[in-house]
Design a protein around this ligand. Structure first.
Ligand code: HEC
Length: 149
């Protein structure tokens, strides 16, 4: 009787255990693939914003600018400790050594997009403005935190 109970506990525990590992593996995959998808989407949005602003189509550009800002904010949650490798990630380990600096850059990228939406209709040179508030943040981060291409 006692042995039977122990066996049941053992089976239940190992079932829970493998289930748990399978589950956390799956979420690492979700996290890495998820952040790649968000970055790809932001790259597409940035190109769209670039074209619209160059043509002074501010109203059309605004929702895409705000979406990019939200995406950056969301990306702050996509770099947990257990997502350093696998699934073709190009994120460099230095991200987790300097997590505060990395997060600050992400937050700056988000804030700069809001700033862009705020000032875009008043600036003298819109191209200089979107280079500074949108494109320069991509490089500032990639040059230190993403594998070189
Ligand atoms: C604060 C940091 C940061 C900022 C800002 C940033 N990126 Fe990235 N980006 C990364 C990291 C880190 C990766 C690698 C993610 C991975 O592979 O897990 C990446 C990956 C990418 C990818 C590849 C996605 C894939 O499918 O593998 C593209 C495209 C990209 N970024 C474009 C941009 C563009 C365009 C901008 C600016 C408009 C930008 N990023 C701003 C950090 C940043």
């Amino acid at each position: 009787m006692k042995n039977k109970i122990l066996l049941i506990i053992f089976v239940a525990a190992s079932f829970f255990n493998t289930n748990f590992i399978a589950h956390s593996e799956e979420s690492i995959e979700d996290i890495i693939k998820g952040r790649k998808a968000i970055f790809s989407n932001n790259a597409k949005l940035a190109k769209r914003v670039n074209i619209l602003l160059r043509n002074f189509e501010f109203e059309e550009a605004e929702p895409f600018i705000l979406e990019m800002s939200k995406n950056y904010e969301n990306l702050l949650n996509y770099f947990p400790e257990n997502s350093k490798e696998g699934y073709g990630t190009e994120a460099l380990p230095i991200i987790w050594e300097e997590k505060d600096a990395f997060n600050a850059l992400m937050q700056k990228a988000a804030d700069d997009m809001l700033q862009l939406a705020k000032v875009m209709e008043e600036v003298d040179d819109i191209q200089v403005t979107y280079k500074k508030l949108m494109w320069s943040n991509c490089n500032a981060c990639h040059s230190r935190y993403r594998k070189p291409h």
